[in-house]
Design a binder for this molecule. Structure first.
Ligand code: SAH
Length: 215
């Protein structure tokens, strides 16, 4: 198993400064990024770049999200300890680890079998244990575990899947990047059975949220 070192910790302190400069203010989120050894979540060929504020390739043509994006989405979720959180797009498990570290009870879905298997084995080794991981289609959400306090989508969604709206608790928050080539970071707060408040933030670029039929 690869190690965390003083050098890596120093690089993470630098990364946290960069995120503060870019406007991240939630100190709990910043502390998670300071603690979690992102380099362990990456393929060995990219390890030297782990603390640059960039997305990098992982297995199955996917990417580990940029730290700024992870911080931005997590800040919008306003995680409270014990929150039941659904994540769509487990990927490397880095965002999952941030949520676990904030004491959320995390359910995460990944549609690439290779990544699902890899991350399922990896997360317990680094001590970030999700409540449940599932190989499946995030467009459908996780009906049997609904409702959720918070839902986060970590791939670019061409539209907002209805299932995710309906699986949100009243008072709950859904953070989802919406769009095709470029996505608008969007926050929905469910205010009643039928009503949602919608807030839009800046543009981001994600790998696409794919349907079951797409490869
Ligand atoms: N949170 C991850 C981001 C990975 S990129 C990380 O920080 O590493 C987005 C992930 O969403 C990819 O792993 C991709 O395979 C997955 N994905 C794409 N479409 C999906 C779908 N319909 N359901 C679940 N996961 C999906």
């Amino acid at each position: 198993m690869m190690q965390d070192t003083a050098k890596h910790k120093g690089l993470r302190n630098q990364l946290v400064k960069t995120l503060v400069d870019k406007g991240i203010v939630d100190t709990k989120v910043l502390e998670c990024i300071r603690e979690i050894p992102r380099h362990l979540f990456m393929d060995s060929s990219f390890i030297d770049f782990a603390y640059q504020d960039k997305a990098f390739p992982i297995a199955a043509d996917q990417t580990i999200s940029q730290p700024y994006t992870v911080a931005f989405q997590t800040e919008l979720l306003k995680i409270e300890p014990g929150d039941k959180v659904l994540e769509i797009g487990t990927g490397s498990g880095y965002q999952t680890a941030v949520l676990v570290s904030l004491k959320a009870v995390v359910y995460s879905i990944e549609r690439q079998k290779e990544l699902y298997e890899k991350t399922r084995k990896f997360l317990p080794k680094v001590g970030y244990v999700a409540k449940r991981l599932k190989f499946g289609d995030g467009y459908l959400g996780w009906e049997s575990e609904a409702p959720f306090d918070k839902i986060i989508v970590t791939a670019g969604a061409p539209f907002v899947p209805k299932a995710l709206m309906s699986q949100l608790k009243i008072g709950g928050r859904l953070v989802i990047p919406v769009g095709n080539d470029v996505q608008v970071m969007t926050l929905f707060i469910r205010t009643s059975e039928k009503d949602f408040q919608k807030y839009e933030y800046g543009n981001f670029r994600f790998v696409p949220l794919l349907k079951e039929s797409q490869k």
